[in-house]
Design a protein. Sequence first.
Length: 398
Amino acid sequence: MAVNRVKRAFKYRFYPSDVQAAELLRTFGCVRKVYNLALAARSEAWARQERVNYNATSAMLTAWKKTEELAFLNEVSSVPLQQTLRHLQSAFAHFFAKRAKYPRFKSRKTSRRSAEYTTSGFRFRDGRLTLAKMAEPLDIVWSRPLPEGAKPSTVTVSQDPAGRWFVSILCEDPLVKPLPATDAAIGIDVGLDRLLTLSTGEKVANPRHERRDRARLARAQRELSRKARGSANRAKARRRVATVHARIADRRRDLLHQLTTRLVRENQTLVIEDLTVTNMVKNRTLARAISDAGWREFRCLLEYKAAWYGREVIAVDRFFPSSKLCSGCGSVRERLPLSVRTWTCGNCGTAHDRDVNAANNLLAAGLAATVCGAGVRPQRSSPGGQSAMKQKTPRREP
């Protein structure tokens, strides 16, 4: 029986030479140019009620390279240019399926700098990676080994706003396989005072990474505001701001990886709340704290790791009164302001810690959904996950 191996991306930092950096920057610019040209062509065709697919834009790319104005596209590898057309095709497919908004043009200043190479665009031998149009291999810092006998299928090179260079190598990882099944189940309540509260009673402190570097970030932003627009000093100041943001994001991501890996390894079923973070960050009072907590990233990491290791993630509906519901008798309290962290049930007299009670209620709702299918619906954005909804009386159609 064939074994379905998981494809996994291994990301490393590298330090290009001046020649390699110039080549990559030129490639990034050409990728952005081709994407924007193809998007403009498809948008014009859309206005004429015509459909343009990947094959048509690929033919356009061949014609563009023959023009004097766009002859510089021949100076870089053709593989990343073809890949950006495939990415545009995927963006339109998501748009037509109503999973995403209409594709937007890439900006020279704000868009992510990246280029993707398939097997015909790079050579990987003896742990040395050489990209097309380059004579020397990349100076990669191998912070962790690739799987033994790894054969990369794609390589993505990128540069973040802080000026750091990264290479992401996609290959099969035979070590990623389902873990032995267990009966352990856990409810997870996310918060701001405490990052996570588990139904076991464990509470994970919120390190507030952004708050720790807030003074440094404010100082860097003040220096940026004083620089003349378009000057070299402003570019340097902008990079210093990006460096502080990168430091904050790296520490947050590292902590979330550790937490999600531990939770997935120890539990078979994990129940979370289906929060709409996009709407919640519109609250100007809590937006900074919510963004710093990384609730969305936590859920994404938890879901894909659960899919890797044969675990189950259940998302309980956001309107489920997990905090106001007494986990002892099931009565619901009418009001429970955020400032109230402990409360006593007026019906049965049970004293509750707000967050632990919420985690216990989430666990109970999630287990009920798995046993009897109570109000379960498939998640649109979480493969393998499911959402326990409130029970509603179906309306009769006239």
